[in-house]
Structure formats: C-alpha cells, structure tokens
Design a protein around this ligand. Sequence first.
Ligand code: CNA
Length: 419
Amino acid sequence: DTSGTPWGHFGDPPGTPRESFGDTSGTPWGRSGGLELLRALLSRTLGLGGDRAEPVLDELSLAGVGRFIKSDRCKNIVCMVGAGISTSAGIPDFRSPGTGLYSNLQSYNLPYPEAIFEIGFFKKHPEPFFALARELYPGQFKPTVCHYFMRLLQDKGLLLRCYTQNIDTLERVAGLDPELLVEAHGTFFTSHCLRASCRQSYSLAWMRERIFSSLVPKCEKCQGLVKPDIVFFGENLPSRFFALLESTLLIIMGTSLQVQPFASLISRVPTNTPRLLINKEKTGQSDPLMSLMGFGGMDFDSDKAYRDVAWLGDCDSGCLALAELLGWKEELEELVQREHAAIDAKGGDRDGGIPQKPQGDEDKDGGSPKKSLGDEGKAQSEPKKGLGSKAKAEKDPKKPQGGDKDKAENDPEKSRGGQ
Ligand code: CNA
C-alpha cells in the first residue's frame, strides 16, 4: 500500500486520480478496461463471444516466438511500447527506481509527482512542466535499436500498429508511418492554445523556441496558455486508440503496464494471440483476486500459461536477440548505424529530422468537446475492417497505403477535450 507516499514507487497521494488517462478516473480499469471486463464477464458467465484459445506457439520462449514470426501463421504484429524503450536513448522513464522521473522531480516543488502531468495543475502552474520539457525536449535524442526493430517490422510488412505511450516522438524519427502509429498519450509534435474559443495550432519549432527561451508559451492570437498535444491525466485519448486489435502477435516493450486504459490493450487481442513481453521486469500480471476470478493479465508462469512469454532484460538486447532468431540482426544493426549517421549529419537540427506537418485549418472547429462514452463505443467498433485491410495493403506494395479516415482518427485533437 503506497497510497499516501507522494514520492513512493506508485506515488498515489490521497485524492489523486488513479493513473488513468482519458477521463477514466473513478473506474479502476478505466473506461475501455471496464468495457473489456464486462465483455470478459459476459463471455465467461453466458458463454457469449468467448474464443476458444488454442496454443499457437510451439514453445513459450523467445525462440518459440521467433519460429512463429517466420511461419505463415504470423500475419501481422501489434507493438505496445512505453518509456522503457527510450531509456537507452537517454530519456528517463517514470518508475525505474533512482533514475525514473518520479524519483527525481523534487526540484520542481510539486505537491506530488503526477501533478506535473495533470491538466488542472498545469493550467495554474505551467512552469514545472515546461522546465521538464526543456530537459526532455524531443529532437535531442536518437531512436534506439528497439525503435528501429519496429521499423524493420514495418518495412517487412508485418507491423499492423504501434501503440506508444511515449511523447518523445522517437517512433516518428525512426521512420514509423504515422498511419500505423497510435500516440496514445499524444505527442510534442503539435501544440494548441488551451482556450476552447481559440485552439490555435502551433508547430514543434514554435514550441521549441518558447521552451528554450524559458518563456511560458502564450497564444499569439489570444494570449491563452499553449500546451503541446500530449495527453495529460484528465484528458481524453485519441479515438483511434479504441480500435479493436485483430493481430496475430502482440509485442509489449518497455512498459510497467500501470497506466490505464493503455494497459488494458493487452486483453484486446484475440485470446489465442501470443503476447511477448520484452522488459526489465515482468509486468501486466493481474493481481491474485483478478486471477482468481479468471480475468487475465499476463500469465507467464502458471500451469495454465499458454501464450505469454517474458524476455527479461534490456529492450535493445531483446530486439537484437529476436532479430538474430529471425536472421535480421545484421540488417537491424546496419539500419541503426545508417539512421544514426543521418541524424548526426543533420547536426543541430533539434527537431530530429521529423517532417514538419504543415500548419493547416485543423482548428476550425475550435476544439472538439469531450467525447461521451457512446462516442468511444462507436470508435471501438468502427475501424475493425480498416485494420484488416491495412495489413493486406502493407503486404501488397501495389495497393495505396492508408486513408484520410485513419489519419483523422489518429489526430489527438479529434478526441481531446477542448480545455
Ligand atoms: P514506466 O511506468 O516508467 O515503466 C517503464 C518500464 O520499462 C518499467 O517496467 C522498467 O522496468 C522498464 N524499463 C526501463 N528501461 C528499460 C530498458 N532499457 N529495457 C527494458 N525495460 C526497461 O513507463 P510507462 O511507459 O509504462 O508509463 C507510462 C507513462 C510514462 C506514459 O504516460 C508516458 O507518457 C510516460 N513517459 C514517457 C516518456 C517518453 O516519452 N520517453 C518518458 C517518461 C515517461
């Protein structure tokens, strides 16, 4: 029980919302997690919609996953990633004891660590967030081996989606197609005026200038506070997040799986989809009560384990080990070298070579109002078809990629509250 210890590992001071994004506080599993739970309950008690799980891997090991990827049965892969994939680039995560941000925010005089990412606190005290942003500013870091492993999955037509909790934009720098990317907690890539009546959009370069001149960014039109489009506690997730996942393999990397509803994604893939965790520690295992009720988190070790594999260690080493099993190791190493050299050659480009999105008319609606539960339900059921055809389109190089619909769904401002 760490509640009441503001700087503890889980640091939930009394009265702080649970660690959940997207207006999900109040429900322990978050909104989508709650729906997932209901679905699982119905499937168990009434026998509705429960797929019968057939073990797919010939062995619960990295080698077993490697053989599965090489087989015809692995059609596509979804990656779910967190701050742990960027620590080797020099960006601290939240929870690693000692090095994580939560252990090192004392100098910002916060009432509790999470306050720095809470929208209510930010509106009153934006300075600590921008001081931290200066330290973590995207463009100062190079993507890691792990990022480029996902790029290889993409280049080989295997990546169905990458769900990231990270806000460092390194997936984009590594060349992941924005159409395959769901930046679940938003991005520094664009910024907006917080005033609902204004919602003026600003570019990464504009925000960078303010951050590095230590100015609190103010809107040029209305003098409102401008915030990067990262999702704070108490804000909504992009609607594309809620798409169903018809993937044949889930790879989870560098995340403590503590933040909902992101963590609930692990139970949104079909029940026979193998799930590989590459992380320093085992995460995502459900607590004993939930397990007793038959609700699954990850199950690596029990007698009933049939699809979950934990490879414990550094994400980069895990990706290299998997690449070796797939015969891609050299290709991966060459890709990393080539891309890093290209980034170095760009020298002082602090935007890390990320293509700049043109500033358009994206704010005409003045910021969409907070989505209702119904809206998200809709979002959940809509893109299923699109996902299947995306994987097909990827396999068929002649077929044009993506579409406006996906683009719109990935746009954080489409679902974020107009705060
Ligand atoms: P977290 O809760 O800090 O967990 C990180 C996990 O990764 C832990 O289980 C660590 O043990 C593990 N880990 C750390 N380094 C490595 C490594 N090199 N190899 C393997 N495992 C490693 O972070 P989560 O992403 O789970 O938490 C979600 C928060 C963190 C999101 O809201 C992010 O926005 C937020 N965050 C993002 C960044 C970033 O953009 N890079 C940085 C810090 C925090």
